[in-house]
Design a protein around this ligand. Structure first.
Ligand SMILES: NC(=O)C1=CN([C@@H]2O[C@H](COP(=O)(O)OP(=O)(O)OC[C@H]3O[C@@H](n4cnc5c(N)ncnc54)[C@H](O)[C@@H]3O)[C@@H](O)[C@H]2O)[C@@H](O)CC1
Ligand SMILES: [K+]
Length: 582
């Protein structure tokens, strides 16, 4: 797992390195600029070839008779008023050294640049011009091969100024429909982060309303203008190149097609340990980005935990018995999906508990999964007298009325318990009543709608337009929810955030290289609830079960690929296990 950093944490790491005397800020900026150029050439190797000029001789290294001057590689670098802009000047210099045509624009006053950025500005000025960032200037001239966004990085604390927004807008307008394959390749690169994005929350920072505060209509139209015209907010990059570690905002948004991280020599955690820089290591958010090992020899997680093989002494009961509560006749599909997920991920036994009326339907659909009818709360109490049921799942297809009746009994039994779907929505009128019953062995698995029903005030903060950074993020929201509920909360989405009441937090990303949009399909959430339940039955701690299940869920989706339906997910588990060497 790698650590995801906030802007403050990144600054602390940089400052610690500078204070230690190992490196200067200027050296770090040089490494950053060099890293950006290397990453660009790694991403688009054709750009690393020497630039070609026109030659009447027609020699191979020169432009041919049918090629135009537009075939020359040209970069436009947009520099901002801070050190992000400083990185931009380094990149401009290094591209010029490689024979590129480079045009540099600056937003802001050169005299106000911070010292390292100013030094690189001065160096650049001895090599080329710096133009003022203006709409007409920035869109004049041939379209570049590379557009470098070095406007704002981790220092952005409020919305980009209107002049920048208008420049972005003009560039976007010029480029609409212009990204045609037969045209000169055109790539957009953001240094550190797409300018306009808050690096802690992944949200766009929107301008504060400067019109008449009493005029609601005025505010609405202003807000809509920013909301609906993304080109006013940022330049959507093909590649974002960040330094040392990914930022939270990179994972909590997916505005960039790709994010890469380049090493600027700040050392590994053992040299600048996160827990020394900020005392509560629970502050650090981890990205679930485990490599699936190629060979068994490589130490890997979660393979290690999943690899508790069934020895000669083990039998099905040593791997737990999961009980999945189900609903009425005709509503059993969701619970069956969860049950199959629990069984495939390794629970020793799984029992589905539908209403007596739905017994026939389930009997016709289940083989390895057992059945035990539960008509009402007293019956559930009797069933749970069997201590071997060590993990419960309530929610998928349960029905809200039945959830209100059964959830209190299930929670009173103090087994590891997953609450999903109807078991969450059923308490929308009285979330506090639910929180009073929850215990530390519970996992709540809400999607955004369910989250808002249980934690309306938190959801409101999360969904409010962000005008200042660091903005309230999905990480903040999930942590606050977990603390309030007193148990692990797994807040689903392409960026699934998992938090425990003590602040431990991780993100399972289904974006970028793990993008699996086909996962947004009916029933996949039920399977996830089943995965968590199965792992709880196997004895995983709640946070570990939630993290492992979320990660495996995406791995299964990637393993299957497009066309996936919920039923396919669990069937991919054997392949994923094999890849893990389990
Ligand atoms: N500190 C270091 O040692 C290193 C920093 N690096 C770069 O430096 C960046 C951070 O630099 P900075 O902290 O200077 O921050 P930025 O360059 O992100 O920008 C901050 C500057 O913009 C101003 N600003 C912020 N929001 C604004 C707004 N809405 N409108 C107008 N002005 C606004 C700030 O007052 C400040 O002058 C990183 O993202 C990274 O690209 C790299 O060079 C690596 C080394
Ligand atoms: K940037």
């Amino acid at each position: 797992m790698t650590e995801l950093l906030t802007a403050a944490q990144m600054r602390a790491i940089e400052q610690a390195a500078i204070d230690s005397g190992d490196v200067t800020g200027l050296e770090l900026m040089e490494r950053a600029g060099r890293g950006v150029v290397e990453a660009i050439f790694e991403e688009w190797p054709e750009l690393a070839k020497p630039n070609r000029g026109a030659s009447p001789s027609g020699s191979p290294g020169y432009l041919g008779p049918r090629e135009t001057r537009a075939a020359r590689r040209r970069a436009v670098v947009l520099c901002g008023p801070g050190n992000n802009g400083g990185d931009g000047f380094v990149v401009a210099r290094r591209l010029l050294d490689k024979g590129w045509d480079v045009e540099v624009f600056l937003f802001g006053d050169p005299d106000k640049l911070p010292p390292d950025a100013r030094t690189n500005y001065d160096v650049w000025c001895s090599m080329g011009a710096v133009k003022k960032l203006e709409v007409d200037a920035v869109t004049s001239g041939p379209r570049p091969t590379l557009l470098i966004d070095a406007m704002f990085g981790t220092g952005l604390t409020r919305a980009i100024p209107l002049d920048c927004a208008l420049a972005f807008h003009a560039i976007e307008k010029r480029d609409v429909g212009d990204r045609h394959p037969w045209l000169v390749p055109y790539h957009r690169v953001a240094i550190d982060t797409p300018s306009g994005l808050d690096t802690d929350s992944g949200k766009f920072l929107l301008p504060e309303f400067s019109g008449d505060a009493d005029d609601e209509e005025d505010w609405e139209s202003y807000w809509e203008w920013w909301q609906n015209d993304a080109s006013m907010r940022l330049l959507l990059p093909d590649l974002t190149i960040s330094f040392h570690r990914r930022r939270l905002g990179h994972v909590l948004s997916d505005v960039s097609r790709k994010v890469v991280v380049c090493d600027i020599g700040l050392g590994k955690e053992d040299r600048h340990p996160a827990h020394l820089l900020w005392p509560h290591s629970n502050d650090v958010v981890r990205l679930l980005d485990f490599d699936v090992p190629k060979g068994r020899s490589k130490r890997a997680w979660p393979g290690n935990d999943l690899d508790k093989r069934r020895g000669a002494q083990s039998h099905k009961y040593t791997h737990g018995h999961a009980l999945i509560l189900s609903g009425q006749s005709g509503k059993g599909g969701a619970a069956r999906l969860a049950a199959r997920g629990a069984l495939r991920i390794g629970a020793g036994l799984v029992t589905v508990a539908p209403t007596p009326g739905a017994l026939q339907e389930n009997a016709a659909r289940l083989d390895a999964i057992m059945l035990s009818p539960v008509g009402d709360a007293p019956t559930l109490e009797t069933v749970l007298a069997d201590e071997r049921f060590n993990a419960l799942c309530l929610g998928p297809g349960l029905g809200q009325e039945r959830a209100r009746e059964l959830v209190p009994v299930a929670l009173a039994a103090e087994r590891a318990t997953v609450l999903d779907a109807d078991a969450l929505t059923a308490f929308a009128d009285n979330p506090a009543g639910l929180f009073d019953m929850l215990h530390e062995n519970c996992v709540l698995t809400p999607h955004a709608g369910e989250f808002a029903r249980l934690f309306p005030d938190i959801a409101e903060k999360l969904n409010a337009p962000a005008t200042q950074g660091p903005a309230y993020s999905k990480v903040d929201a999930t942590r606050e929810a977990a603390a309030r509920a007193g148990c692990v909360v797994l807040f689903k989405g392409p960026d699934t955030v998992i938090a425990a009441p003590d602040g431990r937090c991780s993100i399972n990303s289904a974006a970028y290289e793990r993008s699996a949009p086909w996962l947004a399909s009916a029933g996949t959430g039920d399977v996830l609830a089943g995965f968590v339940t199965g792992l709880l039955a196997r004895g995983f701690k709640p946070i570990q079960a939630a993290e492992t299940a979320a990660w495996m869920h995406v791995e299964c989706a990637l393993e299957f690929g497009p066309g996936l339906i919920a039923e396919d997910l669990s069937e991919m588990l054997p392949n994923v296990f094999r890849k893990l060497g389990v």
